[in-house]
Design a protein around this ligand. Structure first.
Ligand SMILES: Nc1ncnc2c1ncn2[C@@H]1O[C@H](COP(=O)(O)OP(=O)(O)OP(=O)(O)O)[C@@H](O)[C@H]1O
Ligand SMILES: [Mg+2]
Length: 305
């Protein structure tokens, strides 16, 4: 699959510009869309699945214009919205059966096999008789992904699927997506949790206030933050002064003071050591630091790789 998003704009009726000239190209495998609350992730995803029209720009899927072929294109998508709810009074297997029918599996026997296989795949076979809206949060999310993938879509779009899950369920969900991504599909995953991206995504984009501020691989993102992350030991009384000057990422207490990891362009006057950044450092660097000196021209050339 090749999804080409060009100069995409979204202005809501109240005038809010939620997407600003967004350019992203997405291929096979797992693509991570990372950004804080309000960045425009859900807006972009709803446009991708044709639930909403953009105000400008275009999206093509394998060269076919999404706007001009909305109906046909919808069948290519599996979508798990951010606030997915189940109808009451449907058992888990009944809900999946219903989803399978919507996805075009009309043969009853085929549908039964598909539902059983899917329940096994997402680890819900044991609870198949339970009402869907009575499942635990993690189970609901797994049933949500099951309804998105049961029709064998070529493009799978999941909007913040790990929010509110405990670490075990988060890992489980991530592994499930990674397994699905081995098929011949494109998965687009949005999240504001950095850890969701690091282990599973081949490519990613960072969205901030409707703008793409980075695109590339997670390791390229980390490279961008090299030389800007420091470790610094300070006395307890200096904490306030240092925290007013720098972006502190972690503070670990040590005898008499703190060991800090922080982000800065330089550390003149401090006895600090440069350390290797991780993805979380890089995320904060882009979100809260780099943009203060953001230069559109420089950004353009950086992004046209
Ligand atoms: N229907 C709407 N009308 C007006 N503004 C909207 C509408 N929907 C979203 N917005 C605004 O557009 C911006 C982007 O919202 P969006 O839901 O796409 O962000 P998000 O990245 O998905 O955030 P979150 O992580 O909280 O889900 C926000 O400022 C939001 O308030
Ligand atoms: Mg959202």
């Amino acid at each position: 699959m090749n999804i080409d998003i060009r100069d995409l704009e979204k202005r809501y009726s109240n005038g809010h510009r939620a997407l600003k000239k967004v350019n992203i190209e997405i291929g096979d495998g797992m693509f991570g869309l990372l950004g804080p609350n309000g960045a425009g992730k859900s807006t972009l995803m709803q446009i991708l699945v044709s639930l909403m029209k953009p105000s400008g720009g275009s999206i093509t899927v394998n060269g076919v214009d999404l706007q001009k072929h909305r109906k046909e294109m919808r069948l290519m998508y599996g979508y798990l919205p951010q606030d997915f709810r189940f109808f009451p009074k449907l058992r888990s297997w009944e809900f999946l059966d219903y989803s399978a029918r919507l996805a075009g599996i009309s043969n009853k026997m085929k549908r039964r096999d598909a539902v059983e296989a899917m329940l096994e795949e997402v680890g819900l076979y044991e609870v198949r008789e339970r009402y869907a809206n009575k499942l635990s949060g993690g189970m609901k999310r797994r049933l949500g992904i099951a309804q998105a993938i049961i029709g064998d879509p070529k493009i799978i779009i999941v909007d913040e699927p790990t929010t509110g899950l405990d670490p075990d369920e988060r890992i489980r969900f991530r592994n499930l997506l990674t397994k699905v991504s081995q098929r011949d599909v494109s998965i687009i995953l949005s999240t504001h949790i950095v850890g969701d991206i690091s282990s599973s995504c081949d490519n990613m984009a960072l969205l901030r206030k409707g703008e793409v501020v980075f695109k590339g691989t997670p390791s390229q993102l980390i490279d961008e933050a090299k030389g800007h992350v420091y470790k610094l030991n300070i006395d307890a009384n200096d904490y306030e002064k240092v925290s007013s000057q720098f972006n502190i990422i972690t503070s670990i207490p040590n005898p008499g003071g703190w060991e800090l990891e922080l982000i800065s362009d330089h550390m003149k006057g401090y006895d600090a050591t440069i350390i290797d950044p991780n993805l979380e450092h890089a995320y904060v660097y882009f979100m809260e630091h780099k943009l203060e000196t953001w230069n559109p021209d420089e950004q353009q050339s950086q992004l046209s790789f």
